[in-house]
Design a protein around this ligand. Structure first.
Ligand SMILES: Cc1ncc(COP(=O)(O)O)c(C=O)c1O
Length: 401
C-alpha cells in the first residue's frame, strides 16, 4: 500500500521536510493530519495499562507524557533544526525556563547574554537567583567577555542571535568552540531566524529553543515552544521534568504549529524580501540621529558575520527615533501596521520594546540590553511591500511635524 509517510526524508530540502516530516497517517488515511484532542489513552486490559505505565510496552498513556499531535510537531521541528530530538512546551518561556531548571542546579553558574528577551532575564534574576544559581550578564558580541565570565561552576551559555530587539549578533561558531573547550553547553534561542535562516546546531550549539508563538505558527494564533538537541541530553535531563511538572504543549496548539511549519520556508523568504526593501527605504529616508538596525545593511556593524552565519537577514527591522515621545508618535500614526507585543506574524506588527516587552526590566538592565527609549521594532509581514512603505512614510511625516 502506498504510504507517503513512509518515504525516507533525511537529505531532502527544507521545504519538503516542512511539509512531509511527522506526517503519520491513521487507519482513516486522512490527507491533512488529524488532531488528537485527548487527555488520556485507552488500554486493552489492566495488564497492558501496567506494562505501558512501566515502559515495558510502547504506547501513549496520558497527554502530559506523550501525545501523537505533539510528537508530530516535535518530529518536524527537530528535522528542520537538524536535531536528534525535540520536546515541545506550552510557550517559548516554558522552553527556556524548563531548560534552565533541568540543566542547572544550586551552585551552578549561567552566562547569559545581556540582549535577551525581557522575561528570560527576569527568570535568571528572580527564580534562578532564589535557587542559588548565579548568572553573569555579558555583552552578546564580546567573545572575551564570555571567556572572562567562565568559572569552574559554569554549565550553560544562553543567547539569542540576532537579539530581540537590538538585532546584535553573536558569532555562534566561535562561542561554540569556547563553550566546548570548557565543557559548557551552548543553548541558542533561534526565534528571530528559525531554522530556515540559521541552524545553530550545525554551528556547534548543543541546544536550540523556540517560541513557536512567533514564526513557527506565523499567524499569531497560539502559544507554544520547543527545545531541540541531542536525544540523550533531552530525554535524560529535560523530559522527566516536562512529564512530571507538566509545562507541555497542548495537542491543539501542536497541530496548529505543525501546520504552521508547512508554510514556514515560503513565509520566511517573502518576509525577508519585504524586510530588506524596508530597511533600504528607511536608510535613505531617516536622517541622523535616527538610525535603522538590520543585519542585512552594510552599515550594520556585524554585517559580515550575518552574511556568514545566516542564510538570509531576517524579517525584523528596528529604527531608533531618538525619544520615547517620537517613538510613540510614530507608532500611533501607523495605519496598516498593528500595535501588538508579538512578532513573526503574517501581518506587519509594531512594538515599542522599552515600554512593553522590556518594560519590566530595571532601567540599567534595559540600557545594558541596548533597548533605548526611541527604539521601535517592526516585524515585517507579507503585505505588498509598497503598502508597508507607504504606511511607514506617512507615519514618519506625521512624526516629523
Ligand atoms: C526571542 C524570544 N524568545 C522567547 C520569547 C518567549 O516566547 P513565548 O511568548 O512563546 O513564551 C519571545 C517572546 O516574545 C521572544 O521574542
Amino acid at each position: 500500500m502506498h504510504n507517503p509517510t513512509d518515504a525516507p526524508l533525511p537529505g531532502r530540502g527544507m521545504a519538503t521536510q516542512a511539509l512531509h516530516t511527522g506526517r503519520h497517517l491513521t487507519a482513516e488515511r486522512e490527507n491533512s493530519p488529524s488532531v488528537f484532542l485527548t487527555s488520556s489513552f485507552v488500554f486493552e486490559s489492566a495488564a497492558q495499562a501496567q506494562a505501558t505505565f512501566a515502559g515495558s510496552e510502547a504506547g501513549n498513556v496520558y497527554s502530559r507524557f506523550t501525545n501523537p499531535s505533539v510528537a508530530a510537531f516535535e518530529e518536524r521541528i527537530a528535522a528542520l533544526e537538524n536535531g536528534e530530538k525535540a520536546l515541545a512546551t506550552a510557550s517559548g518561556m516554558a522552553a527556556i525556563t524548563t531548560l534552565f531548571l533541568t540543566l542547572l542546579s544550586a551552585g551552578d553558574h549561567l552566562v547569559l547574554s545581556r540582549s535577551v528577551f525581557g522575561s528570560t532575564t527576569t527568570i535568571a534574576t528572580t527564580l534562578l537567583a532564589r535557587m542559588a544559581i548565579q548568572t553573569s550578564h555579558v555583552p552578546l558580541a564580546d567573545l572575551d567577555a564570555w571567556r572572562r565570565a567562565i568559572t569552574p561552576q559554569t554549565r550553560l551559555f544562553f543567547l539569542e542571535t540576532p537579539a530581540n530587539p537590538t538585532l546584535e549578533l553573536a558569532d555562534l561558531a566561535a562561542l561554540a568552540q569556547l563553550a566546548a573547550e570548557h565543557g559548557i553547553i551552548l543553548a541558542v534561542d533561534n526565534v528571530f531566524c528559525t531554522p530556515c535562516l540559521q541552524r545553530p546546531l550545525d554551528l556547534g550549539a548543543q541546544v536550540v529553543v523556540h517560541s513557536g508563538t512567533k514564526y513557527l505558527d506565523g499567524q499569531g494564533r497560539v502559544l507554544g515552544g520547543a527545545i531541540v538537541g541531542n536525544r540523550a541530553l533531552l530525554m535524560e535531563k529535560v523530559y522527566p521534568y516536562l512529564r512530571n511538572a507538566g509545562p507541555v504543549l497542548s495537542p491543539f496548539n501542536a497541530w496548529v504549529l505543525f501546520k504552521g511549519l508547512e508554510t514556514l520556508p515560503l513565509r520566511m523568504e517573502r518576509q525577508c524580501d519585504n524586510a530588506a526593501h524596508i530597511a533600504t527605504y528607511l536608510t535613505e529616508r531617516l536622517h541622523p540621529p535616527m538610525v535603522v538596525h538590520y543585519p542585512g545593511l552594510p552599515s550594520h556593524p556585524q554585517h559580515a558575520l550575518a552574511a556568514r552565519q545566516m542564510r538570509r537577514f531576517g524579517a525584523i527591522v528596528c529604527l531608533d527615533l531618538g525619544s520615547r515621545a517620537q517613538a510613540h508618535r510614530f507608532i500611533d500614526s501607523l495605519q496598516l501596521a498593528t500595535i501588538t507585543a508579538n512578532l513573526g506574524d503574517v501581518r506587519t506588527l509594531v512594538t515599542h520594546p522599552a515600554t512593553t516587552t522590556h518594560g519590566r526590566l530595571a532601567p540599567e538592565m534595559r540600557a545594558a540590553a541596548g533597548v533605548t527609549d526611541g527604539l521601535v521594532r517592526l516585524s515585517v509581514g507579507l503585505e505588498d511591500v509598497a503598502d508597508i512603505i507607504a504606511d511607514l512614510d506617512q507615519a514618519l511625516v506625521q512624526t516629523e511635524q
